[in-house]
Each structure stands twice: as C-alpha cells, then as structure tokens.
Design a binder for this molecule. Sequence first.
Ligand code: NDP
Ligand code: 2IT
Length: 448
Amino acid sequence: MDSYIESVYEGIKEKDPDQPVFHQAVLEVLETLEPAIKKFPKYKEFAILERIVEPERIIQFRIPWKDRDGIIQLNRGFRIQYNSAIGPYKGGLRLHPSVTQGLLKFLGFEQTFKNSLTGLPMGGAKGGSDFNPKGKTDSEVENFCTSFMMELYRHVGQFIDVPAGDIGVGAREIGYLYGAYGKITNLHGTCVLTGKGRTFGGSLIRPEATGYGTVYFVQEMLKTRKDDMKGKTVCVSGSGNVAQFATEKCTQLGAKVISLSDSSGWIHDPDGIDAKKLAWVMDLKNVRRGRIKEYAEHFKVDYSAKGSPWSLKCDISLPSATQNEVDAKEAKALVDNGVIAVGEGANMPCVPEAVEIFQEAKVLYAPGKAANAGGVSTSGLEMAQNSMRFFWTREEVDAKLHQIMVNIHQIAYETSEKFGDKGNYVLGANIGGFLKVADSMIAMGYLS
Ligand code: NDP
Ligand code: 2IT
C-alpha cells in the first residue's frame, strides 16, 4: 500500500480503535484510491485524505422518552455531519440497537462518496439512535421521535442538513419527526427531511427508489455482457424497504425472486414472490409489523432460522438487509452455484473477502455506494421539488431516477477503465465519487 494511504489508515485506527466497521469502510475506499493519489499529487499536498476520513462534526445527545407505562426511558442519539463540500449534509437516520458512533461514521463516510456519484448537490451525513422500534407501540415511537427532534431540530435545515430514512426509519417515523419539527420551529414546507408522506411534501417514487435503483444498476451491468433481467432467478435478503421494492422491480422485469429474510430467518419460495405475494409481505412488514416466518406458514414454503438465502442457486444476488451479511463462505457458495451479478441494496453487506471472491470469479459486482444510490438520489429529487413548490409525476421521477442510475453506472465503469481496472466497480465508484468531493475541498480552501 502507498505510504501516504497507509499512514492515513493507521491514523484512524489509532484515534478510534473501537470502530471496526468504520475502519473496514475506510480501508475499502483508501485501497482503491491509490491510482488517483499517485496520478494527482495535489491530494497529498492538500491533506485531502486526512480531512476526508474525519467527520466535520459529530453531534451526540440524550433522548429521554416515556413508554406505555409512563416510565422514562433513555436512548442515545447521533448526527454525524461528515462532509459539506458539495452541498448540505444528507443521509439517513438508523434506529437499531446496534447503533454506535463507529457504525454511523462508516455509513456517513460511505454516504459522502455515494452522494457525489448521484451528480446532485448533496454532502454526506448519517444519524440515528440505539432505540429499538421493534415491539413498540405507535405512541411509543411517536414519543421517541418527538424527543429525538427536540434536539435534532437545531442541527438540521434545508441548507444545513437533510436527514431521511434507513433501517428502522420509514414513513411512520419520518411523519412523526416532520410533525415535531414543524411544531418546534414553525417552519412549514421546507425540505428538512426527505421520504415524507405524499400528502405533506414527499416525492412520488421515493419509497420505491432504493430497490428500483439497485435493479436499474444491475440491468446496466448485465448490458455490458449483452444480458438482461428476463428469466433470471434472484435471491434477495431483508424484507424491509429496499428488499420489497427490489423484489417488485425484478418481477416487473420478468425475473423471479425466490427468497426474503429478516433478522430471525429466511424463506425460500421456488415459485417466486409475485406481485400478489409481495403485497402480502408489504402488509406483513409495514402494517402488521410481523416476522417473515409468517410468509412460510401462509404460503406453505420453507423457512429456516439458520444459514442464509446465499446457499440457494441463483443468477443474481441482491443483499438488502444490513452490513457484513455475506461472508466468504456464502460468497463462494454463490459463485459455485453460478451467480452472474451481485448488487448491494444494503450498505456494505459483503465482507471484504466476499468481494474478492466475486471479483476473482468475474462476477458483476456492484458496491452499495453505487448500486443503492437511487434512494438518496430521489431524496435529492424531493429536495428539488420542494424548492420549486411543485411535484413531478411518478413517470417523471422514475425516469430521472433511472437516468441517474445509468449515469452512475457509466461513471463507475468509465472511471474503472481510465484507472486501469475495467469493470472493477468498487474502484470506479470510489474514485468517481472521491474526485468531485476532493477537488471541491481544494477549490474552497484548506478550512473546508
Ligand atoms: P428496513 O428497516 O426497512 O429493513 C431492514 C431489513 O433488514 C429488515 O428485514 C431487517 O430485519 C433486516 N435486518 C436489519 N438488521 C439486521 C441484522 N442485523 N441482521 C439481519 N437482518 C437485519 O431498512 P431498509 O430496507 O431501509 O435498509 C436496508 C439496507 O439498505 C441497510 O443497509 C440500509 O443502510 C440500506 N439502504 C437503505 C436506503 C433507503 O432508502 N431506505 C438507501 C440506501 C441504502 P428485522 O426486521 O428482523 O430487523
Ligand atoms: O444509505 C442511504 O443512502 C440512505 N439511507 C438514504 C439517505 C437519504 O438521504 O435518502
């Protein structure tokens, strides 16, 4: 490894030794930036790597809230404002018991490069809390979201920082957060959050965008091999927002999705999860808030609490649950079973060894920061519509999302070729996202 890159990597480990997923995300990016760092000495001269790995600002706060018995509960909240070189901070909020500063630093760091790739003016951020929405009543979630916003409101705004959803944060949570923001500030109709409900400023297609976008990206990868989605067998993990709409788009394009999962287990439906079954899943997960096991009971298919869908034979794999959910053994099984393409709907779902296995086997492999960028892209389109005080139709937003995914594929593909490793989408996406942020930081002076 280049000595400059190595010293930056060693630096982050020394400063924050207890943040392994953050180290993992940084290493993956730094390793692939090597050809750009060598070609352009200015990045070292202006200390760009040291600056880009360090968040501009980390906000941490306490979130007291009252549960259904009137007992005061306490959670920890964060907002990591990572990089504002190309626009206001932008990125989701995650509500999950595993949330720590290190986890959100990994996600905020990734977001900076992802947002740059979209071509829209958005900086990078991430936030959330170790609050567990599972098993909570709507009132408890509302109490929590209101308390969360009582602190967050002073740090966000359409020209400052624009949060959105992520794991555990969907339409319900964004609604409560937006309601609280309006009450606290008396500012209405500003795009302080994206993923809002349709009736109060949300963009059409934002709910669908991450899943649809991931499939659009996979379509572009397949095109490079004169192939398409029709007739393909697809394994999807997760059963939340990204998994649901990735499944919908695959089915619309003539592919067959045979798996879904949640943190308890996974189902295998060899006949395919068609539109009717998917509507049932959406009701199960978004309304009844049940477990994927119930799908197996309802549709009489296999369910397993052990292992993962990656043991199944499929053409395309779309990991859409969480980080590090595909290990080396599972990647090997996918390759042995003939997988052609892997598109990361989730953020960093494949461990580094799994990525190596895919790349060595010449599997078309799309890293999350390229493949799942459709979500934040459509958040950017929501910001644009709110500024105009006007809405585009479903077809208009979908066409713009599609074009953005085609562009991101083109940037990643052409950049990989330009820097000597054609078809390496990790290298292409990392360098492609990096150059714009780094050049903006240099142009705006050393304080940026
Ligand atoms: P949801 O909360 O809607 O769904 C998450 C799904 O993943 C659920 O099925 C959940 O199961 C499962 N899951 C979560 N944590 C774990 C875990 N530790 N182990 C196993 N399964 C787990 O979230 P999204 O669909 O929005 O997010 C999924 C992924 O996509 C995340 O990596 C997120 O960062 C990424 N992403 C999301 C975007 C968006 O617009 N929403 C945009 C870009 C990326 P269970 O219910 O049992 O917890
Ligand atoms: O990881 C992501 O890109 C998201 N969770 C979406 C962020 C956003 O601002 O829409």
